[in-house]
Design a protein around this ligand. Structure first.
Ligand code: ZN
Length: 323
């Protein structure tokens, strides 16, 4: 019995450690965004960013209760499954293997559609910011983007989209940036019904269309909490990204910058936050952007990343890397 307890403790500790990696850069609800977020709130993000570029089914149903409880082993198994999931790199292989045709399609639905066009050889990266718009922080982020002449994608919480934030959204679009959907209320959606999910998404689409005049095509699940019901009911491209734990005030601007710079690779989406008061991320941009530019990266929006890499957006997939 003691062995079992010890094993569970070890697995739980591993699960906690893994939540620090990658997509765990999700904030709590915007109202308490500046408080310290415990990574345990984000157990579905045990994807190792360095290895898994897209996450297909199976990453969706682990909940905080499961991590805290007896089903931790199942969680660990799911993580293993995720590592085996199809990566976009395989798409490239099929473009040169004409003989495969139908067999490949039946074996792996991810390979059914090979993107047309030629993928850019450029090193591309897509900066993205969650939880805005915030009049203060989003404008400071836009100042940095303007300073370095780069673009980004802003994943908006519907509740924050209104006449008061209309000007900052206009400025965002004027600078060539993209707007995405980050739910209406920023609650965990993994256990929601289809009707609740559709309401979260459609309300956000509606309000962004009304106040910004554009229709988002990308979606980032709050806390990267996803379910098959979400995949079935949200007709948008699911994105995650390389994170920097930048919702945690104890993580310095330098640490945030280092985490991004040390992990980023061609085709990556970078996941940061522009919620009110997140000045350390604004500060980190002064390191992240010039450093990556010096390394030859070009900054593009998430939608342009798909276009330029000639990658067709798939259902049942969450993208951190696009190529
Ligand atoms: Zn968020």
């Amino acid at each position: 019995m003691k062995k079992v307890v010890r094993f569970l403790a070890v697995v739980m500790a591993m699960a906690l450690m893994l939540t620090f990696v990658g997509c765990s850069g999700q904030t709590p609800a915007p109202t308490d965004a500046t408080t310290t977020a415990k990574p345990v709130t984000n157990p579905t993000t045990t994807v190792n960013e360095g290895q898994v570029q897209t996450t297909t089914l199976g990453s969706d149903t682990t909940t905080a209760q499961q991590v805290a409880g007896i089903t931790t082993t199942a969680s660990a198994q799911k993580t293993t499954t995720q590592v085996k999931t199809t990566m976009p790199d395989n798409l490239k292989i099929t473009t040169t293997a004409k003989k495969t045709e139908k067999p490949a399609a039946t074996k792996n639905p991810m390979l059914t559609t090979v993107p047309k066009g030629t993928a850019s050889k450029d090193k591309l990266v897509a900066l993205s910011f969650d939880d805005g718009p915030s009049i203060q922080t989003t404008n400071l982020v836009l100042d940095k983007l303007e300073k370095y002449n780069v673009v980004a994608t802003f994943m908006l919480i519907g509740q924050n989209v209104h006449s008061g934030t209309q000007a900052v959204m206009k400025r965002t679009l004027d600078l060539g940036c993209e707007l995405g959907n980050h739910s209406y209320t920023h609650r965990r959606m993994g256990a929601m019904s289809a009707a609740e999910i559709r309401e979260e998404i459609e309300d956000t689409q509606d309000v962004i269309e009304r106040y910004a005049g554009v229709t988002p095509t990308t979606f980032r699940p709050p806390f990267i909490d996803v379910s098959q019901t979400m995949y079935n009911n949200i007709p948008l491209t699911f994105i995650c990204g390389i994170g920097a734990n930048d919702w945690d005030n104890n993580v310095s601007a330098k640490q945030r910058a280092d985490m991004i710079i040390n992990n980023v690779k061609d085709g990556d989406i970078i996941l940061l936050h522009d919620f009110a008061g997140n000045s350390l991320t604004v500060e980190a941009l002064d390191t992240i952007i010039p450093t990556l530019k010096n390394q030859g990266y070009k900054f593009v929006t998430v939608s342009d990343l798909f276009k330029l890499k000639a990658v067709e957006r798939k259902k049942n997939t969450m993208y951190t890397n696009v190529k």
